[in-house]
Design a protein around this ligand. Structure first.
Ligand SMILES: Nc1ncnc2c1ncn2[C@@H]1O[C@H](COP(=O)(O)OP(=O)(O)O)[C@@H](O)[C@H]1O
Ligand SMILES: O=P(O)(O)O[C@H]1O[C@H](CO)[C@@H](O[C@H]2O[C@H](CO)[C@@H](O)[C@H](O)[C@H]2O)[C@H](O)[C@H]1O
Length: 452
């Protein structure tokens, strides 16, 4: 059974949005664990699969459904057919799309189920309503989320790294501290990987009455593009600046709450120098992978050199780590922050490391640029709209920074040097990210090195 399964999985994995090694061949695939969560027909198994590509080994988790007959509604998620132990031929498919199987995850968390190495948990003193049926969220994601009714959202982390995922740690920490800026946690699933408890999934309150920051921002950009050329952004309708300001304030509050709930520290000038060297090494690696970045390397290099010369210490704390407009949702009351897991693919120790909160500020500033420029790609009047894009971006970046200061966030003096270096380092990350995942978007982060 397994040899056939290995072949099926190798072909299927490379086509998944969340597969990190696109563009490289799979040299080896092994199944590290296979746990039967539900027997029978349909059956549900949990798999951890190790994929080796050149010298890089990445582990992924998947939920496989097994059926003798495959209903039409599941044809689009078929992985293939194979002989399954003594049970005979089975259709193997992505069980995340089968609500009759994903119910077992909800039931597992409600009951505190343990099966094999899998442990299902609920947050103490919370009830889980097991009658909710799931649907897979169709958002472009690094992971896979299941929405149960309009109550819960369960995120299955796809790439696994041994250890507690920062998202679980931070969301539970902030919720316990009474933060209004996180969605309430309900439960989680874990296993052991390399001897360490490792988070496989986290379930939170589904914010059914909320809009995400990216969609809201794009609506505003569209309005501006459609308005007469001489009309200033603040009069164009759909202006986002008040929301950008409020988001800045919420961000500062989250940073304060993180600093209260988790350890803090300072990094000294010698560590800042090392940080600058690390950014430089990442830049070199990125240029090797995406040659188009080469002509901008000096701009980034200059910003990293200036950082190395910063002569004073910098406060550090736990931060979001991959902060952008797609990670924030506007509820009826305020902004809520999602996805505290850091940049997927980075080692866990790095993602949990104390860092400057300006890293998040830099991430969000980049995101305003993304929102402003993303619609230009296919726009017939792209050239003439470039100025409007810059105007929208500058206006909302300024509003966000003003809101951040209003909320008690610190951006003053030569923080600008650190902020600039962090912004360009994020743009370097984005260049690699886009070239691997969405090559047509590559011009967006590349513009970061020329536009200001
Ligand atoms: N608590 C929530 N309520 C409603 N929608 C959510 C919630 N959490 C995430 N989402 C939606 O799912 C999308 C992806 O979530 P995210 O946590 O960023 O996943 P990923 O790590 O895979 O990028 C978000 O952009 C948002 O649209
Ligand atoms: O999947 P995650 O949300 O954890 O983050 C990854 O994917 C993001 C894309 O969805 C990527 O963000 C980049 O694109 C955004 C628009 O889609 C933009 O708002 C961000 O500024 C830009 O960085 C993120 O970098 C990546 O880690």
């Amino acid at each position: 059974m397994t040899t056939a399964l290995h072949g099926l999985l190798a072909g299927w994995l490379t086509e998944q949005r969340w597969f990190a090694g696109k563009g490289h061949t799979i040299d080896d695939l092994s199944i590290d664990s296979l746990t039967e969560i539900r027997s029978g027909d349909p059956g549900l198994v949990h798999l951890i699969v190790s994929v080796r590509q050149a010298d890089r080994r990445t582990r992924y988790q998947l939920l496989a459904g097994l059926r003798t007959e495959l209903p039409d509604r599941l044809r689009h998620v078929l992985i293939g057919n194979c002989h399954w132990a003594d049970d005979g031929e089975r259709y193997v498919y992505d069980a995340a799309h089968d609500a009759s199987l994903t119910a077992a995850l909800l039931e597992g968390m409600a009951a505190g189920l343990r099966v094999g190495d899998l442990a299902f948990h609920h947050v103490p003193d919370t009830e889980i309503d097991t009658s909710q049926r799931s649907l897979v969220l169709t958002a472009e994601q690094s992971n896979t989320s299941l929405v149960y009714g309009d109550k819960y959202i369960l995120k299955l982390f796809r790439q696994l790294t041994a250890g507690v995922n920062p998202e679980l740690e931070i969301v539970t920490g902030l919720a316990t501290a009474g933060s209004a800026h996180v969605a309430r946690p309900y439960g989680w699933i874990e296993t052991r990987l390399d001897g360490e408890p490792t988070t496989l999934a986290i379930m939170q309150e589904f914010l059914s009455n909320a809009g995400d920051g990216w969609t809201m921002a794009l609506t505003s950009v569209r309005d501006l593009y459609a308005s007469p050329e001489d009309m200033p952004a603040e009069e164009a309708g759909g202006d986002f600046a008040a929301e950008a300001f409020r988001l800045g304030t919420a961000t500062a509050e989250v940073h304060r709450q993180l600093a209260e709930a988790f350890p803090t520290g300072t990094i000294e000038p010698s560590d800042i120098k090392q940080m600058s060297e690390l950014l430089r090494r990442r830049l070199d690696r990125a240029v090797a992978e995406v040659p188009a970045l080469g002509e901008h390397a000096d701009v980034a290099g200059h910003a990293f050199d200036r950082l190395a010369e910063l002569g004073h210490s910098v406060p550090v704390q736990r931060v979001h780590g991959d902060y952008h407009l797609g990670q924030v949702m506007r509820t009826l009351v305020d902004w809520v922050v999602l996805d505290f897991e850091g940049e997927p693919g980075q080692p866990l120790a790095e993602r949990r490391a104390l860092d400057s909160p300006l890293r998040d500020v830099a991430g969000m500033l980049r995101s305003f640029d993304y929102a402003a420029r993303h619609l230009l790609a296919d726009h017939p009047e792209a050239e003439s709209l470039e100025g409007r894009a810059l105007e929208w971006s500058a206006r909302n970046r300024a509003a966000f920074l003003a809101g951040y200061s209003e909320g008690g966030g610190r951006v003053r003096g030569d923080d600008a040097v650190l902020l600039r270096a962090l912004e360009l380092s994020k743009a370097v990350y984005e260049v690699v990210y886009e070239s691997r995942n969405r090559p047509t978007w590559l011009p967006i982060p590349l513009a970061a090195f020329t536009s200001r």
